[in-house]
Write a protein that binds this ligand. Sequence first.
Ligand code: ADP
Ligand code: MG
Length: 231
Amino acid sequence: MSSAQYLELAELAGGFIHELKNHINGLSLNLQLLGEDLDPPQTPRERRAAERVARLTDDCRRLVDLSNDFLRFARVDTPNVVRCDLAELVNRMADFLSPTARIQNVEVVCHAAPDLPAVHLDADLFEKALLNLMLNAQDAMPEGGVLTVQVRPDGHAVTVAVIDTGVGVPADLLPKLFRPFFTTKPGGHGLGLAIARRIVQAHGGEITCHSEPGCGTQFVVRVPTLEPDTQ
Ligand code: ADP
Ligand code: MG
């Protein structure tokens, strides 16, 4: 597919999802009003109805979340880049994730090489990409393990490796990982890696995956550094 065709299709799909999302929001609002009418429930019948309303409200929320993820994916946000300290960004994310990871027996370790060259990044978007990788790493270690994030200079680039000691990816699934809607998780939507890759590519970078089933997986994000005269 040419990129013009892609953009046309993305726009069409984006418009469609946007329209659906408006209707889901309308549904959600009406369900909320119905829930208020049933609160507190006066009879067993009303209690059952209230439970149903709560379940439907939950479904609506999931659909809105999914739509937002899809819109983010389809839109290829143009990154708003500024000079950025990747070591600081990665350390901040590791701190943010550590407390919840610990509950699942996952230890988050962060190594950043000193004196990293500067990179141009849209910090919000880039965080989203890394967060998807880190959450996947956590999901891959249901029995606990170590999530290591390494930031290193590499030629005219900086690499961020997100490494887990989890279940790994079977070789035959590796080519499918970045496809939109590919998921092996019950309740997963399979957009995390597709979004992460689009974000990294929008920064002129690339993302690769190596995995050993039973041992763990490593995703490496590579972003070009600034030219020496713009440092
Ligand atoms: P989701 O997390 O919703 O399933 P993703 O796009 O984030 O969607 O990931 C797609 C699939 O790639 C996952 O369902 C899983 O099978 C596989 N995967 C991603 N990251 C890892 C990892 N660190 N270890 C093992 N499998 C992974
Ligand atoms: Mg995911």
